[in-house]
Ligand binder design. Structure first.
Ligand code: HEC
Length: 141
């Protein structure tokens, strides 16, 4: 056939570029394999550390992540007020303040997030999470 010249063999240049692709591919493959091993290792460790889904929410961690920035690590106050008084509120009052910015006697300023709308970790906090934070606050001196 007249047009089949290319089918008879590969030029040195084609072979060289083919080998180049092969070497790069191999390097990437080995890299990915190693990274995969590392990631799998970390993942395994994380699974061991993660609390089972049925465990009670961690009020200390939730407070540190969502509240301490404004109210202080020990709820001593900062941008927001100290939370010792609020720790003594009943659970419905406390939940109203956290979820809807409504303190027993007055609406809270807009600086205090409405966690029912803003979410905590991307989702509205559950009653159990709010209760866990409340419980943690009661342990503070
Ligand atoms: C962006 C800062 C900010 C974050 C984050 C924040 N708060 Fe507040 N919070 C405030 C401010 C400011 C006030 C005071 C509002 C006012 O007095 O009108 C307040 C008020 C409160 C009150 C009422 C206290 C009182 O005695 O009147 C409670 C309870 C409260 N926050 C709990 C929390 C909890 C629990 C979290 C975490 C889930 C949290 N806040 C996260 C800023 C914040």
């Amino acid at each position: 056939m007249p047009g089949d010249h290319a089918d008879r063999g590969y030029s040195a240049r084609e072979i060289a570029s083919f080998l180049g692709v092969l070497v790069v591919g191999l390097a990437l493959g080995v890299g990915a394999y190693r990274a995969g091993g590392r990631l799998a290792g970390t993942g395994g460790g994380a699974v061991v550390r993660t609390a089972p889904a049925s465990a009670a929410p961690d009020g200390v961690a939730l407070y540190a992540a969502s509240c301490a920035g404004c109210h202080g690590q020990q709820a001593q106050g900062g941008v927001g007020p100290a939370l010792h008084a609020a720790a003594a509120w009943n659970s419905a009052q406390f939940a109203q303040a956290v979820l809807n910015g409504q303190a027993p006697q007055r609406p809270l300023s807009a600086v205090m997030p409405r966690f029912a709308s803003t979410g905590m970790d991307g989702q509205p906090p559950t009653d159990a999470q709010v209760a866990a934070i409340h419980t943690f606050l009661k342990t503070l001196p």
